[in-house]
Ligand binder design. Structure first.
Ligand code: NAG
Ligand code: NAG
Ligand code: NAG
Ligand code: NAG
Ligand code: NAG
Ligand code: NAG
Length: 544
């Protein structure tokens, strides 16, 4: 009997030590915004120059998240052609029935929102409704008197020379038309010193118990990034700062393996508990501020408690991988897609992306049963357009991506294969092509590193016919490109590149995205008639 009791108390002890693991949505998923509708949570993140735009994740318990589709999945909603790297869609907000992302541009963005009556059906999202107040990081706030307020982030130098770069502006809008009903008003500027830097972005407005709360993302999205709370009894201000600010900020300790915490949103469970979701990075090689977070900015979560009417994340402590509460869900170690078709020539799994908005369909699941056929076009992954390339976010730091390909190039311009892709400047690939001198079918493994990246290609002889398996091994410190032939299960790796280039960009540009793994085919500037057939893709291994 005592044994049974010991077992039961051991189980009880075990039960109280529930914990969940960060990031809750791994891989490039910055600027999370969350809402609960009855028993369902919905979360959206930024998608920048990748299409479709604004992934919509669904969960019943804040831990088990599924991508149910994308809010911007038609060219009429998101027309990115020639959009700059790290341009496109950033910092959407999701509110009950409403979502509001900004468009394109290397110029200054203007925002719009799309609506749906049935979020589970991604084809139901409306066309864009444009707002008048420009600026990025839009938020829609529904006040309890029926008014709707739009806040966005834009420069404010012309009314406040000491503002720093960006501050938050507000206007009341007509939700039907998006039209402004009041003149845009300079709303909030960061109180941080100018050189931190003084930037206030990513605003979210709330009303709790009759008091307005403003949550902002401050100090830029690098290691000084943080989230800050202010509150006021009126939208006219004055705004009182939380004595517990910053709300999330791991940058006090640059040895932290999680950095750049900020750009938060907050949600209450049906049971009355509170959580915050926010972006953060996992720098590698080393795991501190000297490392590089090749996966980009990912979605993290922390429990929230209230003190004197102020929210406090993780009891004011730094954000860690293990967090108290809820439960941990091990993610599947293996993802395989044998390209069984979804609906409308789409993938069964929703997490495939193209670079920018495609001009036309470039794939088929039926031309050769059981294979994904890619029809290359004139664009390569280096072009600011859409090559015949499907990408998936790299979700684990240590993972192996592989695919089996059959492809018979008839010119040295023809290439098809696998890639680990950050941007038009930085990607590594292993492709079947023709050797430029001999015209023989060969493999070409190319890495691109350096501030102004130069391709470095290694050629490998392969048989004239048959499929080739291509491998990309991702480790915390480097990426390796490899291949195997016939029934050989073990790849031979032929080229490597340090992870330290995987957030880099040429002078004068910027990077806000994370690495993807994928497959592509191209005619490198000329139309190409030979198709590339992929039998499957696979990712295996994981960080936990
Ligand atoms: C996006 O911005 C770039 C640079 O301003 C421009 O060339 C391109 O046409 C824009 N795309 C759309 C769809 O507006
Ligand atoms: C980061 O890690 C490296 C290697 O362990 C170490 O030399 C450096 O001092 C660390 N930096 C910080 C800020 O902890
Ligand atoms: C800073 O973070 C490192 C890594 O998590 C930890 O070992 C160290 O104790 C922290 N320092 C302080 C002062 O908290
Ligand atoms: C609102 O007021 C109730 C009752 O005083 C309190 O229990 C609750 O914590 C408050 N909520 C917030 C978000 O301040
Ligand atoms: C080119 O790539 C090969 C294979 O990864 C590597 O051994 C070599 O050092 C690289 N050369 C340069 C100049 O980076
Ligand atoms: C030195 C060290 O702790 N490196 C770790 C950094 O993080 C990655 C994954 O998050 C680990 O694989 C490394 O071992």
């Amino acid at each position: 009997m005592w044994k049974l009791r010991a077992l039961i108390s051991a189980l009880l002890l075990f039960n109280v030590s529930y914990a969940f693991r960060n990031p809750i949505i791994p891989g490039f998923n910055p600027d999370p915004s969350i809402v609960r509708v009855n028993d369902d949570y919905f979360l959206v993140t930024s998608s920048f120059e990748f299409f479709p735009g604004v992934p919509v994740y669904h969960s019943k318990d804040l831990i088990d998240w599924t991508c149910i589709g994308h809010a911007l999945n038609r060219p009429s909603q998101l027309n990115m052609r020639g959009t700059a790297p790290s341009g496109g869609i950033f910092a959407p907000t999701i509110r009950f029935d409403i979502i509001s992302p900004p468009d394109n541009t290397t110029g200054f963005p203007r925002s719009y929102y799309v609506k749906t009556q049935n979020i589970m059906d991604e084809t139901s999202w409306s066309d864009p409704i444009w707002v008048d107040q420009w600026g990025f990081d839009p938020d829609l706030f529904f006040d309890d008197d029926g008014k709707t307020y739009l806040t966005t982030t834009m420069g404010s130098g012309f009314v406040d020379p000491d503002s720093g770069y960006f501050a938050v502006w507000i206007t009341e809008i007509d939700l039907k038309t998006g039209n402004s009903l009041t003149e845009s008003r300079y709303f909030y500027r960061s109180e941080l010193p100018l050189d931190i830097p003084r930037l206030a972005e990513g605003s979210h407005l709330y009303k709790f118990n009759g008091t307005y709360y403003l949550l902002t993302a401050e100090a830029g999205t690098d290691i000084q990034h943080r989230a800050m709370w202010h509150r006021s009894s009126s939208l006219e201000g004055p705004w009182e700062a939380s004595p517990y600010n910053p709300f999330v900020f791991n940058g006090r300790n640059l040895s932290n393996p999680i950095l750049a915490t900020g750009h938060a949103d907050i949600v209450q469970t049906k049971e009355g508990d509170w959580y915050t979701v926010f972006l953060a990075t996992r720098p590698q090689n080393p795991n501190n501020s000297s490392g590089v977070p090749q996966l980009g900015r990912e979605t993290f979560m922390a429990p929230v408690t209230w003190k004197d009417g102020w929210p406090i994340a993780n009891a004011g402590k730094d954000i860690t991988f293990e967090m108290a509460g809820l439960y941990n869900k091990a993610r599947p170690e293996v993802f395989v897609d044998h390209f069984w078709r979804g609906e409308n020539n789409g993938f069964a799994d929703k997490k495939y992306y193209t670079q920018r908005t495609p001009d036309k369909v470039f794939h088929s699941f039926t031309a050769r049963q059981g294979w994904l056929r890619l029809y290359g076009n004139v664009y390569t992954p280096s072009d600011r357009r859409t090559p015949a390339m499907f990408l998936r976010k790299q979700e684990d730091i240590n993972t192996v991506f592989s695919t089996e390909l059959e492809f018979y190039p008839t010119s040295k311009f023809h290439k098809a294969g696998a890639t680990v892709f950050l941007s038009i400047w930085i990607y590594h690939d292993i492709v079947i092509t023709q050797h430029p001198d001999t015209g023989k079918r060969v493999l070409a493994a190319t890495t691109r590193t350096g501030k102004e990246p130069v391709p470095n290609t290694t050629y490998i002889d392969i048989p004239e016919t048959g499929t080739v398996k291509l491998w990309i091994k991702c480790e915390s410190t480097q990426y390796s490109l490899g291949y195997s032939l016939g029934h050989d299960r073990k790849p031979t790796y032929v080229a490597t590149a340090s992870n330290l280039w995987m957030q880099s960009y040429p002078a004068g540009w910027q990077n806000f995205v994370g690495t993807h793994l994928g497959i592509y085919a191209t005619g490198s500037g000329l139309p190409i008639l030979v198709p590339a057939d992929f039998k499957w893709i696979k990712t295996e291994g994981g960080d936990w």
